[in-house]
Design a protein around this ligand. Sequence first.
Ligand code: PXL
Length: 275
Amino acid sequence: MYKKVLTIQDISCIGQCSLTVALPIISACGHETAVLPSAVLSTHTAGFSGYTFRDLTDDMPDVCNHWIKEKIKFSAIYTGYLGSTKQIDYVKDIIESTKEKDAKIIVDPAMADNGKLYPGFDQNFVNAMKKLVGISDYVVPNVTEACMLTGVEYKTEYTKEYVDELVQKLLSLGAKNVILTGIGYIDGKTGVVVVEDGKYSYYEHDKESNSCHGTGDIYASAFVGALTCGKSAYESAKIAADYTVLCIKETAKLDNHWYGAAFEPVLGELIKMVK
Ligand code: PXL
């Protein structure tokens, strides 16, 4: 069935992240993709300096009211990088007013990585994000984001018990299902922990030696695309992981492509995987 997905995240004009990744990936999976930019930046904030940042928080109530007037509804709503703490309340209102009855709400709490918040975010933003996570059907954090949301200490080496604590605390925030990315227990491997309807599974795969910026957005977008095709959370998490690995391998072929991942040349592979 032809589904309508709304994604709310920033436009980084340059940087292969957020909307410039989500829109092509979800479209390639066969879904109509509506966008609500949370902010417009000249580039993303990781590695560039002097970027512009146009916060679109104040436009959101009018956008929401217009969509309510037009009776616009979505079968899935996926949020990523948001522009301000105040905006998170508006995003919650938009979700409540525009979701179809059985719409899936996917929250990627895109705010941190490698133990640190992205520039411009603070504890108030984290606290507001906890509330958005609380209304999600699927939350898709990396380990850093999971730690910030749950107050658990960030570690780079950990046990299954540590991961279990993160998962339980994310569920107690109100998230119905958890997709925890970047979980590796042994050298050379990484993977994703999926807790769907209370059932745990783990998809482990080889860890690529190069890492790229923007892979979290590629991962979450492919997950949303596959999930909206009717795949289970585990299947969607696996497809998203396999696709992200292809993107990282593609990027490794390039010289000095440091700011994002070359996801476009392998979109055809994603289309085959979600069919
Ligand atoms: O990839 C996450 C992301 C999205 N949007 C902006 C960012 C980042 C990560 O740094 O800076 C603007």
